[in-house]
Design a protein around this ligand. Structure first.
Ligand code: 4AD
Length: 504
């Protein structure tokens, strides 16, 4: 039905003064008697289509006036530049065709609670916010593939069904594989190590699964991870690779998605500062920071900031409530206030949670004991204290996975690292040099209570031409949450899988 005569909204800039036909959905509309403003979206952008009485048949004018949100239609009209219009161009409508009229679309411009939106994710994907995130995700994934493809890495597809744990056993999802217990992969790393001994530099990229029993903003049960693995590399080499990689992703998003970042209210100025070298701290230095005076003062200042934010939000909410109670407002003005109120209330709820958690997080940091893994709140504090990503290296061996290489200069720690994104986002990468000594690796597998037999093939890699090697994994959703300023990573994948619920 639709042919070459259809123009995409993204192409309007090349068609000023010409008559074009758009095909899309009615995103929003308002009418003031003789003139209607239809906001149409077509997957490439939004366009305001101006319909004037008398310029199209009367019957069509009335049909458009009654047309429900998310109805599908084609609109024909002349393109004109209009800086005040969404996207900078608008259409002076000369004709339209309704393809399918929608009634009572459940997601109104008024805004809704997150539970409702997750239940309606199949429809909420059409919202501006989810669309912007989806476009950014596309760029991130494209940048990931391009970075490795252009730097001599070979893509290896590692299996989803696995026989043994790659990370903590507690987070394995079991599968009944024709009567044999198997698991969904937590990481492609172990298989990738085998491939690195054939190809030198490899990467895998796909969904990974963790039965994480924590309902945090940073955890999904199914998430996408890209993992490079390199033969003949040391810890410094890995850090350099990781910072160049992350910088490339940020640069690509800034280049391709500025508009979307702006719409989402992302901190573009901070992203523009992301250039190597990133900060480097050892775990021991991180612990000193957490337990020191500087952190104590920093967390106390944060509490003061949160309290003042709370006051400002409460004042603003009271003002809007008063305005809306006064009456005399048009429907679109009421909707606008209602949407603003829901947004402000959700920010207030977050601020209140921050105020509630602050003393506990301060205590956890102050009493942090060397030897434990950094917790979510500890990572948040360290990352809030930095304006660029921070590498934390040399974690205690006991707190981390069996495959990480013991530092020969200090056997208490491993040659590993996490990369914390700045401004409170926390860990986006985990990686390490791998234990390449057969006997030490067997000892580590046993120490962690794992069954050595399950790792026979993996141990072979240490028997036949073992070399120093290492790699890391970057979580796609966490990276997108950081870039977009999204609080919860569930917004950064089209159909999220959460511990307590799969909605769609
Ligand atoms: O630190 P992790 O567990 O590292 C590994 O899986 C290594 N085997 C990777 C490697 O060296 N090849 O996970 C890596 C990253 C984390 O930094 C985080 O970004 C993401 O994967 N991640 C999660 N993202 C969302 N939900 C979860 N439950 C996640 N668990 C880890």
């Amino acid at each position: 039905m639709l042919n070459d005569a259809t123009t995409y909204i993204s192409q309007l800039k090349d068609n000023v003064g010409q008559e074009v036909t758009l095909a899309g959905w009615l995103y929003n509309s308002r009418s003031s008697g003789k003139i209607q403003f239809l906001i149409v979206r077509d997957g490439t952008g939004l366009c305001q289509c101006v319909v004037e009485k008398g310029k199209i048949p009367e019957e069509l004018f009335e049909q458009l006036k009654r047309l429900g949100q998310e109805s599908s239609l084609t609109v024909t009209g002349t393109v004109r530049e209009e800086a005040r219009s969404v996207g900078g161009y608008e259409l002076a409508v000369t004709n339209a065709q309704i393809i399918s009229a929608a009634e009572d679309y459940p997601i109104t411009p008024k805004s809704h609670g997150i539970d409702f939106l997750l239940k309606n994710r199949h429809l909420h994907l059409r919202s501006q916010r989810q669309w912007c995130i989806g476009k950014i995700r596309h760029t991130v994934i494209d940048a990931i593939r391009r970075f490795f493809n252009d730097n001599g890495f070979t893509l290896i597809d590692t299996p989803i069904f696995t026989a043994a744990a790659g990370e903590e056993e507690q987070t394995l999802f079991g599968v009944d594989y024709f009567g044999i217990p198997m698991y969904l992969t937590q990481t492609g790393q172990l298989h990738l190590e085998a491939a690195a001994m054939s190809f030198g530099r490899v990467y895998c990229f796909g969904p990974t699964f963790r039965a994480e029993k924590s309902k945090t903003r940073r955890h999904l049960t199914e998430f996408w991870m890209v993992e490079p693995e390199v033969a003949f590399i040391d810890l410094d080499g890995l850090l350099e690779l990781a910072e160049n990689f992350v910088t490339f992703i940020v640069t690509e998003v800034l280049q391709n998605n500025k508009d979307q970042l702006e719409t989402l209210g992302a901190d573009i100025a901070s992203l523009e500062k992301i250039k190597p070298p990133f900060y480097r701290l050892t775990y021991t230095e991180a612990v000193d920071i957490l337990t020191g005076e500087k952190t104590k003062n920093f967390v106390a200042r944060q509490l003061e900031d949160l309290k003042s934010q709370k006051q400002q939000l409460e004042t603003k909410i009271a003002e809007l409530e008063e305005q809306s109670a006064e009456g005399g407002l048009k429907q679109w003005q009421k909707d606008k206030i209602a949407a603003e109120l829901i947004g402000l209330s959700s920010t207030l709820a977050e601020v209140n949670t921050g105020i509630e958690n602050n003393p506990r997080h301060a205590k956890l940091a102050a009493e942090f004991q060397w030897g434990k893994d950094l917790g979510g709140s500890d990572e948040t504090i360290i990352s809030q204290m930095h304006d660029k990503p921070v590498f934390v290296t040399h974690y205690p061996r006991q707190a981390k996975a069996f495959y990480m290489k013991t530092d020969r200069d200090n056997e208490k720690v491993a040659l590993n690292f996490d990369l914390l994104a700045p401004a409170g986002f926390g860990e986006i990468i985990g990686g390490s040099v791998r234990e390449d000594d057969y006997d030490l690796l067997v000892a580590r597998i046993k120490e962690q209570g794992l069954n050595v037999e399950n790792y026979d093939w993996y141990l072979d890699l240490r028997k036949y031409g073992s070399v120093p090697h290492g790699g890391f994994g970057l979580g796609v959703e966490r990276t997108i949450a950081w870039l977009t300023g999204e609080k919860h990573i569930r917004q950064c994948i089209a159909f999220p899988r959460l511990m307590d619920k799969i909605y769609i």
